[in-house]
Design a protein around this ligand. Structure first.
Ligand code: HEC
Ligand code: HEC
Length: 160
């Protein structure tokens, strides 16, 4: 098998796996039906979600996702725009939820006056959303949707 054939074979296998997940043409992939030697036309950029509706969390310790646009909010060594609204002393004016107390704790558990350096770069954990089409179906099930499985009873005499 020459190298090109090997690449094509790999692409077909990978494409097949993807198609199984997405239920589309096995050879289309993310770039669509454009032939391999042509450049595909990229899809338009998805729109950021900016509806201000706070989303349910998938598990208790999930960092909530951001329900508003954050374009051009400065977040660097000099300035943290997020804390302009989410900081303890700013929430009355902004009506934004305060960053929780964990954001003021240092690594020894002491609660500090200023945002903890561990929590300074908000977007390491909190992400804005957009209306992109999911390339692969998400099968995540919330804790409450998962039906408890009956406990497996060991067969008689199987215990040592
Ligand atoms: C102009 C004020 C303002 C700024 C700046 C701002 N936010 Fe917000 N944020 C809000 C308000 C108000 C809400 C409540 C929901 C809403 O109205 O969008 C919110 C909601 C959130 C939530 C959802 C909280 C929850 O419990 O669901 C997160 C996470 C968040 N913001 C993160 C950020 C991050 C990260 C930045 C910086 C990149 C930022 N915000 C900048 C005002 C602001
Ligand atoms: C290391 C990850 C991490 C970073 C960095 C971080 N957060 Fe969070 N954030 C979380 C987690 C986890 C939660 C939920 C549990 C908790 O409150 O600790 C949360 C909760 C929140 C909430 C909801 C609070 C509530 O009581 O409902 C807001 C608002 C928020 N973060 C904003 C921010 C902002 C603004 C920044 C940047 C200044 C930031 N976070 C940085 C992980 C992080």
């Amino acid at each position: 098998m020459n190298r090109l054939a090997a690449i094509v074979a790999t692409a077909v296998v990978a494409g097949g796996a993807f198609a199984q997940a997405a239920g589309t043409d096995p050879l289309a992939g993310l770039r669509g039906p454009t032939p391999i030697e042509q450049e595909s036309r990229p899809a338009p950029l998805p729109k950021p979600v900016n509806d201000d509706v706070r989303r349910a969390r998938s598990y208790p310790a999930q960092p909530p996702v951001i329900p508003h646009q954050i374009d051009n909010y400065q977040l660097d060594l000099r300035f943290n725009k997020c804390m302009d609204c989410h900081g303890r002393s700013r929430t009355q004016e902004s009506q934004a939820p305060m960053v929780s107390v964990t954001h003021y704790q240092d690594r020894d558990g002491n609660i500090r006056q200023e945002i903890s350096p561990r929590r300074y770069f908000c977007t390491a954990c909190h992400v804005p959303q957009n209306d992109a089409r999911l390339p692969v179906k998400n099968t995540f099930q919330d804790f409450y949707e998962v039906r408890p499985q009956p406990l497996a009873t060991p067969a008689r005499g199987s215990r040592k």
